[in-house]
Design a protein around this ligand. Structure first.
Ligand code: 8YV
Length: 329
């Protein structure tokens, strides 16, 4: 048991979350809210029991070694569901546990995926720009035509919590749902979602009109969508990514868009955030968002509560509810 653990939080969190943390733990906040440098992260890891990182913190082997050398760091209570910024095998080797915040950002992220599915073929970004620029000359029968969503085929890559929430929404918009996942869903879930499983990703890519990425970024999914796979897609296909930028080879995406290999893309994440390939800024069939898929007041509050719950259970000497690795380290 650790009665009042020393907790270092790398970014500012919603005020009620920070207040509650200060009541429960010996908290240190990064008051200027800028992403911490590698040196600052290593320093923090070396002198706390619990580190609360976010997606902007590279928790690599060096940071974890500094944590182990400090002799205190036992828990990485990540604020967010994706943990690809954490070297999990190094964490495991140092017997540092990792938790995340699953479930509470599922609906918000699925809503954002749906917003992109609606925005890209119907040209919301271009339309908004036209009105704001003052260049709109009025309605015309052939003005701002886009492509219909109803009746099209959606291919979901990764049918976890978020993928399924996207499927539910997509059906309400008249899309037929196809999915690729390492494991096929149980028959009752598949029939409830009216989803068709494709074991072969390449075969699915060649048949669907929209592709949405809803899998985690892992060594297996790094650049899952590359030049070879863009070449398999239909020319009228759209790619939606609100998962992780690194799942897509961004250079290949720019080339595919510029060459008309695919029709457009809706992107909430990028390979080298916050940098965005300048070619994407020039392409008309593209809607770009600043990694805001889970950015709701309600969601951030709930994420903070999950972080607190994981720390409290751990500090009480029990297995935290949202352990990322199955075995308790
Ligand atoms: C968060 C996310 O905004 O949870 C995730 O994996 O990508 C976002 O919802 C961010 O990661 C918080 O660390």
């Amino acid at each position: 048991k650790v009665p009042r653990p020393k907790v270092i939080v790398t970014r500012r969190l919603p005020q009620p979350v920070e207040t509650r943390m200060a009541e429960l733990f010996d908290v240190e906040l990064n008051l200027d809210d800028s992403p911490m440098s590698a040196a600052a992260l290593a320093d923090a890891a070396g002198r706390c029991d619990v580190l609360v990182p976010t997606v902007t913190d590279e928790i690599d082997a060096a940071v974890l070694a500094a944590g182990a050398a400090g002799g205190r760091l036992k828990l990485l209570a990540n604020f967010g569901v994706g943990v690809d910024h954490i070297d999990l095998s190094a964490a495991r080797a140092h017997r540092i546990a990792t938790t995340n915040t699953p479930g509470v950002l599922t609906d918000d992220t699925a809503d954002m995926v749906m917003a992109l599915i609606l925005s890209v073929p119907r040209r919301l970004g271009e339309g908004e720009k036209l009105v704001r620029s003052g260049e709109w000359l009025g309605w015309s029968p052939t003005g701002m035509l886009g492509h219909r969503i109803t009746g099209k085929r959606l291919g979901i890559i990764g049918m976890g919590r978020i993928g399924r929430a996207v499927a539910t929404r997509a059906r309400a918009f008249g899309l037929t749902v196809h999915y690729h996942n390492r494991h096929r869903l149980p028959a009752e879930v598949e029939s409830e979602l009216e989803a068709t499983w494709w074991q072969n990703l390449d075969a699915m890519l060649a048949r669907v009109d929209f592709i949405t990425l809803n899998c985690p970024h892992t060594p297996e999914t790094h650049h899952l969508i590359d030049a070879r796979r863009f070449a398999l897609m239909q020319r009228h296909a759209y790619l939606i990514n609100a998962a992780r930028g690194e799942i897509v080879d961004e250079n290949a995406l720019c080339e595919a868009l510029a060459a008309g290999r695919i029709a457009g893309a809706g992107l909430d994440v990028f390979e080298r955030e916050p940098a965005v390939d300048p070619r994407l800024l020039e392409l008309p069939g593209v809607v770009l968002l600043p990694h805001m898929g889970s950015a709701t007041f309600e969601g951030r509050q709930a994420m903070g509560e999950k972080v607190i719950a994981n720390i409290r259970v751990w500090a009480d000497g029990h297995r935290p509810p949202d352990l990322v690795l199955e075995e308790w380290v």
